[in-house]
Design a protein around this ligand. Sequence first.
Ligand code: HEC
Length: 105
Amino acid sequence: MKRLLQILTIFMVIIALASPVVAASSRRGKKVFKKSCKTCHTRKDEGGKLSPLQKTMAQWRIYFKKDKHKDNSEIWEGMSKKDQKNLLKFFLDFALDSDQPETCG
Ligand code: HEC
């Protein structure tokens, strides 16, 4: 019994340590969005209002792969790979055809 508990404990520690690395976080992505995108993307500013709802998941994947402000790429250059992943996760989680489509203010 004691041995089983030990094994379980080790198992849980491994899961707890591994999960933040594996899973991108859309909550974190929303922060990145506010910090890096909302500077231009508000109703009034030059970029216009931007929200995950504007595209489907497939369209966001394509945008993140191909476009990403080609003409203005310094917007993405300052962003870590991890933040880019989180940002994509945020857009996918709330995309037009996601389970929980949402505007983000
Ligand atoms: C320096 C200002 C600026 C920042 C910062 C900015 N954008 Fe933009 N964005 C624009 C402008 C201007 C347009 C419209 C013209 C164009 O497409 O380049 C635009 C257009 C877009 C579009 C529309 C393209 C389409 O196909 O409909 C998307 C999506 C987009 N931005 C995503 C983002 C994301 C995601 C971020 C944050 C990582 C971001 N933008 C940060 C200025 C900005």
